[in-house]
Ligand binder design. Structure first.
Ligand SMILES: Cc1cc2nc3c(=O)[nH]c(=O)nc-3n(C[C@H](O)[C@H](O)[C@H](O)COP(=O)(O)OP(=O)(O)OC[C@H]3O[C@@H](n4cnc5c(N)ncnc54)[C@H](O)[C@@H]3O)c2cc1C
Length: 294
């Protein structure tokens, strides 16, 4: 497997911002992941796996890491009985297509989540009252200790959270679905996509929800909207005029612009609502939000 240098990660993210990876590889089997992990360990390089970059903010200066993007059989999916067997890098859209073709329902909620099966495990992705934890049977985890299958409990899945470390790779994912008429699945997907289109900036470059919903009667989006942040712009990034928990790449956004918006959003939410917003978007490279009040 080729290990490349000078790959700009921004082009592998939905926001479209961010610098280069020190090294970049596209493993196609669990054995290739193990081989590349050993390569990184010899060089004391950390490892980061990305999916479709749909919940990622990559630092403008790039990342000192070996970055994986799963490919080949780790990027495809098939069904067996009522199981959907996906590579960690399989796009949710591919998984949904396979499930529907096999007359298996239960994955429809993921139709508006533009990521991968493995990224969904890491984030316990979810929408419309369902999430990965509900349909996941087990996931094959590969790290420097080898490969092992873990159940949702062992993965520690909770709201947009898992206990996975950044160096751990979700190579394969098994979901249990249920028999459903493909026509019914198609109708459900159309309904959910229409709901999404009405509420979110689906035609813009974003990384999905910026912040997790806090324990508060208002969602993060409504708090930020009430703080007057819709349309607020810094550099090339702006808080979506449509939904305040989204940051859009308005024009040549840099990660630093998105971070500056996040700092301002957290400050206002804290000052006006006493809420400490926690970021949902995952950072790659030297990015962090300063503590509130600093
Ligand atoms: C328009 C839009 C709408 C969205 N709507 C939703 C929504 O409704 N619900 C929701 O939950 N999310 C939503 N998201 C966010 C995002 O799509 C999900 O978090 C998704 O699960 C991320 O998957 P990904 O493969 O793109 O992961 P990435 O964004 O590439 O990575 C996210 C995290 O997962 C890790 N990761 C990725 N793949 C692997 C792997 N194989 N093994 C180990 N770690 C891995 C990365 O290191 C990173 O920490 C939305 C995003 C956009 C742009």
């Amino acid at each position: 497997m080729k290990i490349e240098q000078g790959v700009r990660l921004g082009r592998y993210t939905t926001l479209g911002a961010g610098g280069e990876a020190r090294a970049f590889a596209k493993p196609t089997t669990a054995a290739e992941i193990a081989e590349a992990l050993a390569w990184a360990q010899e060089r004391e390089l950390p490892v980061v796996t990305i999916g479709l970059g749909s919940n990622l903010l990559v630092a403008d200066e790039g990342v000192e890491a070996l970055v994986f993007r799963l490919d080949g059989e780790l990027g495809s999916a098939e069904t067996e009985g009522d199981l959907l067997l996906a590579g960690g890098g399989a796009a949710n859209a591919v998984c949904l297509h396979r499930a529907r073709a096999a007359g298996l329902g239960g994955f429809e909620f993921a139709c508006a989540i533009p990521g991968t099966a493995g990224g969904g495990v890491r984030m316990n992705a979810g929408a419309y009252g369902s999430d990965w934890a509900e349909i996941l049977v087990r996931a094959l985890l590969v790290d420097e200790r080898g490969a092992r299958w873990l159940t949702p409990d062992e993965l520690g899945l909770s709201y947009r959270h898992s206990e996975l470390d950044q160096g751990q790779v979700v190579a394969r994912v098994e979901f249990r679905l249920e028999p459903r008429d493909p026509v019914e699945i198609k109708a459900k997907v159309a309904e959910l996509q229409a709901l999404r289109k009405a509420a979110q900036p689906t035609n813009k470059r974003t990384f999905g929800s910026v912040f997790k919903n806090p324990e508060h009667e208002l969602t993060a989006g409504l708090i930020l909207e009430a703080c007057g942040l819709k349309g607020h712009r810094i550099g090339g990034a702006q808080i979506s005029p449509r939904h305040a928990n989204f940051i859009e790449n308005a024009d040549g956004a840099r990660a630093a612009d998105a971070i500056a918006l996040m700092v301002e959003a957290r400050r206002r939410a804290y000052e006006q609502y006493g809420v400490e917003l926690e970021h949902e978007v995952q950072f790659v490279g030297p990015l962090e939000l300063p503590p509130l009040g600093s």
